[in-house]
Design a protein around this ligand. Structure first.
Ligand code: G3I
Length: 316
């Protein structure tokens, strides 16, 4: 039978899911479904700062290593998520009292260590995550406070030095259309490219519900301008939540329509969008399980949303 994976390979696009060690290590159905249906995965939580670097200078790669080895054994491409974020940081960092120079050193050590460990294995990194507010101003964070907005080019530079072949992404939410946040990101890209900072792509998280009003024309417009600025795009965290269990049959159909439309604009973007990653594998383990946001149900059965994506690939 034709799997998403086979169809995706043929169409030169990555389809994947975000995964966690806690499930991957215990659930063989989860492992086989993932490897059969997808050609990529994102490490959802196990490589975040608080997880791999819980004590200053001490790294714990047990879980991340297990996911990476699984992915390599099953020939799945790996997205690393995420190196620099305002949250999910360990206490020593979040509540530490470091000088600017010390914070730059911490940033350098962390990125050098983590990216270096997976050099040649993790092909794409979300280097900086969610650095802007909705109005396009820089989001307050330990990094902005201590280093200033220079923390962004520094992070990309350190990542590039640790793995010159890795694709380096800026990742955010509500940045797929045209709005103050996506304008700020576009301007940042132009500024970074202008001074030779190594940045290769923009991640659109794409967390939605069945009620979201998605302007596909604006997404395409944004992708076009990013391409002109030298970027590729990944849809990095796609999900579509149902909102009303009393309207379930209809909402699952609406969910499928949205998944199909979202996949369509990635698949038919003339090569700008190269990956479509869903924020989880099965509704069974979704952190918002009652919202059933994914394309396999809690029994691991493909939903209408799965078929909607598959049909896009078959009809391409
Ligand atoms: O595994 C522990 C469990 O042992 C413990 O009992 C429990 C009590 O707090 O926490 C569990 O860990 C939680 C983990 O999710 C696993 O469920 C963490 O507290 C919780 O912070 C963590 O949340 C994650 C969140 O990012 C923060 O890092 C979500 O799983 C993850 O889906 C979410 O992902 C983010 C992206 O990184 C960035 N974009 C938005 C996206 C969705 O919110």
């Amino acid at each position: 039978d034709l799997t998403l994976r086979k169809l995706a390979d043929k169409n030169n696009i990555l389809v994947g899911a975000a995964v966690n060690y806690s499930k991957l290590s215990r659930d063989s159905t989860y492992r086989s479904l993932l490897a059969n249906e997808y050609n990529a995965l994102t490490i959802e939580n196990d490589i975040k700062f608080s997880r791999v670097h819980p004590i200053i200078g001490t790294y714990d790669y047990t879980k991340a290593d297990a996911i990476v080895n699984y992915a390599i054994n099953n020939d799945l491409k790996i997205r690393g998520h995420t190196l620099v974020w305002h949250t999910s940081n360990p206490d020593w960092l979040q509540n530490g009292n470091f000088t600017k120079d010390e914070m730059i050193q911490i940033l350098r050590d962390h990125i050098t260590n983590v990216v270096g460990r997976y050099k040649g294995k993790i092909f794409a990194w979300d280097v900086v995550n969610e650095a802007f507010n909705e109005d396009g101003t820089y989001r307050d964070s330990i990094w902005l406070k201590s280093i200033g907005k220079e923390y962004i080019p520094l992070a990309f530079q350190f990542a590039h030095e640790a793995d010159p072949n890795a694709l380096l992404f800026y990742n955010d939410y509500s940045n797929e259309g045209i709005n103050p946040k996506s304008n700020a990101i576009y301007n940042l890209v132009r500024e970074l490219k202008g001074k030779g900072t190594p940045i290769h792509g923009i991640g659109f998280q794409m967390h939605f519900s069945v009620n979201s009003d998605i302007n596909y024309k604006k997404i395409e417009e944004n992708m076009r301008r990013l391409k002109k600025a030298g970027m590729i795009v990944h849809f990095t965290e796609v999900d579509v939540k149902v909102t009303d269990l009393n309207k379930l049959p209809i909402q699952l159909t609406e969910q499928a329509v949205k998944y199909g439309e979202l996949f369509n604009i990635c698949l038919n973007s003339n090569g700008i969008c190269k990956a479509f990653i869903i924020w989880g594998l099965t509704d069974k383990y979704s952190s918002s399980a009652s919202a059933m946001p994914l394309i396999f149900d809690k029994y691991y059965k493909p939903k209408q949303s799965y078929l909607a994506i598959k049909n896009q690939l078959i009809n391409k």
